[in-house]
Ligand binder design. Structure first.
Ligand SMILES: [Mg+2]
Length: 228
């Protein structure tokens, strides 16, 4: 039975991956490291910024001096906010799904993005009120594909819920990345993947893959994932 819904953020709710890519690419270029979109989606998308920089520096044989990763992450956040256009786009169908789900279930976000980015963007698109729990990069030690972010989000939701705690198998996760799907399924949750960033063929580890959230309602998702 479905009892809670946890959303990834970038690539599921807001169409921001290209802004993250541009900001990351700019910082890495300043460090002498090239980055293509293909490399970004294959190696870095879904990682939090610090793990991105650690991985990129290691891949290119650069030393990781103390404090350097924090400095690069700060610079990337600065560029990210600078490149955000005024109209941040929501993905088709996601606002309807959030509003529909919020009527019946507690909602959370579990993301590798920085808290200030998530809070800023949620406020901008008018969806902040629907998420009593937001787990951001600062809240976890191990980023996706580790399940920590999803387990932490459920733990926080359970502190808000009275009665029997929600089990992982009673959670629906909405993800767009391969690492995110791996995180959700290893947390023991039911995962719907939406092919906003990857092809459906790359997301087959999810329990259900859709090209868009536009043509589906919550009841259809429940029937596909929770009713046997
Ligand atoms: Mg994502």
């Amino acid at each position: 039975m479905l009892r809670a819904v946890i959303f990834d953020f970038d690539g599921v709710i807001v169409d921001t991956e290209r802004f993250h890519f541009q900001a990351l690419k700019r910082v890495l270029a300043e460090e002498g490291i090239p980055l293509t979109w293909e490399e970004y989606t294959q190696a870095y998308l879904a990682m939090d910024d610090k793990n991105c920089f650690r991985a990129a520096l290691a891949r290119h044989g650069q030393a990781i001096a103390p404090g350097i990763v924090d400095g690069l992450s700060e610079r990337k956040a600065h560029y990210f906010f600078g490149t955000l256009s005024d109209a941040v786009a929501l993905f088709p169908g996601v606002e309807g799904l959030i509003r529909e789900a919020a009527e019946k279930y507690p909602l959370a976000i579990a993301s590798g993005a920085r808290r200030e980015e998530i809070e800023f963007l949620l406020g901008k698109v008018g969806l902040r009120e629907f998420f009593p729990v937001v787990v951001a990069a600062e809240d976890v030690v191990r980023g996706k594909p580790d399940p920590e972010a999803y387990i932490a989000a459920l733990g926080r939701l359970n502190r808000l819920i009275s009665g029997r705690p929600v089990r992982p198998s009673e959670c629906l996760v909405v993800e767009d990345s391969r690492h995110g799907v791996a995180a959700a399924t290893s947390a023991g949750m039911r995962c719907l993947a939406v092919a906003n960033s990857y092809t459906p063929e790359e997301l087959t580890a999810a329990h259900l893959v859709l090209k868009s959230l536009e043509q589906v309602d919550l009841q259809q998702i429940i029937e596909a994932l929770f009713v046997r």
